[in-house]
Design a protein around this ligand. Sequence first.
Ligand code: HEC
Ligand code: HEC
Ligand code: HEC
Ligand code: HEC
Ligand code: HEC
Ligand code: HEC
Ligand code: HEC
Ligand code: HEC
Length: 299
Amino acid sequence: MNIRTGLFALSLLLAALPAAAQDAPAAAEPAKEAPAKSEAPAKPSAPTYSRKGADTCLNCHDDNPVVMAIFSTKHAQPKNPNTPFGHGQLQCEACHGPGGAHTGRVPRGEKRPPVVYFGRNTVTPVEQQNAMCTTCHNPKAGEWHASAHRDSDVGCADCHQSHVARDPVLYKATQGDVCGTCHEVQKQNMLLPFAHPLRDQQMGCTGCHSPHGSPTQAALKKDTVNDTCYTCHADKRGPFLWEHQPVSEDCGLCHQPHGSVHPGVGHGARRGLCELPLAGARLEPSLRPPADALRVPHA
Ligand code: HEC
Ligand code: HEC
Ligand code: HEC
Ligand code: HEC
Ligand code: HEC
Ligand code: HEC
Ligand code: HEC
Ligand code: HEC
């Protein structure tokens, strides 16, 4: 079975959930009960849910502070019927999948059957991990489907943490570090002397990028590099009396969006700035700026 049919099978399985969800307990508080002694191991062919939802899981996992922190997140809202802990929802198993077999008694010498587990070093395929989240979330589905992250098997949980009150990737102060675990070059450039003010926490990578993907190159927030820049630098849009063509063409011809060691031309400038049009590599001769426009780069 390939990944896609696996995903399809999973989505069928999940589509059939509401019936199962009826039986799930509504308890959202991490209640501590005596362990249910009679939980029978499920047949591998028919995944089942635990008897008492979160209460069953916490019989064994309530000593782990990471696990318990789920109750301080936006996902653990009993009053919001759409969250995993809302009435009729599957609680822990909304994300970790059917845990009936996992919670059962494990015969000596055998391994405890796993639940869906997240991250890079697990047996759960990324597509299956993501499918747990996308049953409830549709992060602009079309774009996620086309995104370089999805194509490269980056999972929702590679960026999002679910067992913390403040998911670091959602906050400017910490987002750069999350993205930087995989995009070290861009993160380092953002720390160069001349760069956008990420380290001052005025903006994040998402000032310019759509993390869930976009139809543009480099998953930019707007259709073009320039339109992305104009969202904050509207004064550079023009129209100007003396249009400097490279400017309306691509801000990136002169500026490094991620930062640079080259000062003096506004931070983030590319090296060899003024020779650029003559180098011919990226610009047509017709785009050479008129001499008087060079004094003021943008107009
Ligand atoms: C009877 C005890 C028991 C119950 C009940 C139980 N677990 Fe576990 N769980 C374990 C043990 C032990 C491990 C450690 C891995 C192993 O031995 O396979 C584990 C591992 C896990 C892991 C992987 C953690 C890691 O570090 O790899 C997840 C996720 C998990 N359990 C979720 C759940 C969920 C969700 C429930 C409720 C549906 C649940 N567990 C109920 C005993 C239990
Ligand atoms: C919103 C989805 C979601 C819900 C609800 C949820 N988890 Fe998790 N769980 C995750 C993700 C994602 C991870 C991987 C770590 C992370 O990203 O925070 C994880 C990690 C874990 C781990 C491994 C912890 C460790 O120390 O590494 C255990 C055990 C676990 N969950 C058990 C539970 C139990 C028990 C519940 C219910 C009380 C629960 N989870 C509810 C998504 C969820
Ligand atoms: C049962 C449905 C359900 C599942 C499954 C689920 N979520 Fe959510 N999630 C919600 C709802 C509802 C909210 C909105 C809570 C609010 O805004 O009050 C939410 C909120 C969030 C937020 C915003 C949190 C914040 O602090 O602002 C993120 C990020 C998120 N979910 C990611 C995930 C990821 C990643 C997974 C899979 C590991 C997942 N969700 C699984 C229903 C779900
Ligand atoms: C490359 C990292 C990355 C991946 C992968 C990713 N996200 Fe996100 N997600 C983010 C960032 C960053 C934001 C904040 C968006 C912003 O600031 O514009 C976000 C926002 C969200 C929100 C809205 C939170 C809010 O408060 O508005 C939800 C829900 C969410 N993501 C769910 C998912 C799901 C589900 C997946 C997997 C299908 C996923 N994300 C994959 C980085 C990521
Ligand atoms: C778990 C690793 C990982 C994390 C975390 C991650 N990325 Fe990526 N990212 C990748 C991979 C893999 C690719 C595709 C291959 C490449 O371009 O390097 C990619 C591609 C991209 C691209 C190019 C997209 C395209 O269409 O060409 C951008 C932009 C990007 N990521 C931004 C971000 C941002 C912003 C964050 C944080 C919100 C982030 N990434 C977090 C792994 C990651
Ligand atoms: C000021 C806007 C801006 C910010 C902030 C920004 N980027 Fe970019 N990023 C761009 C542009 C524009 C491109 C396309 C570059 C090109 O085509 O020359 C790009 C391209 C990328 C690419 C594709 C590979 C490459 O370098 O061309 C990755 C990956 C990436 N950015 C990651 C990040 C990460 C991670 C952060 C945060 C640490 C970040 N970006 C912050 C504007 C930005
Ligand atoms: C989310 C908002 C935002 C976006 C989008 C954005 N910038 Fe900026 N930019 C800023 C902020 C904030 C500063 C810092 C201004 C300051 O220090 O006064 C800045 C500063 C600059 C500077 C240096 C200004 C100086 O005084 O040294 C240049 C050059 C620049 N941006 C170019 C770009 C380019 C090119 C793009 C598109 C790839 C872009 N910006 C996209 C917010 C943004
Ligand atoms: C032909 C090269 C070139 C192009 C293309 C270009 N710039 Fe500049 N930019 C410069 C130079 C040179 C400076 C320094 C001017 C100075 O110090 O007076 C500068 C300075 C800036 C500054 C800081 C000073 C100010 O005027 O606010 C910002 C912001 C900026 N550019 C944004 C942009 C944006 C947005 C674009 C695309 C619409 C763009 N630039 C395209 C060469 C260029």
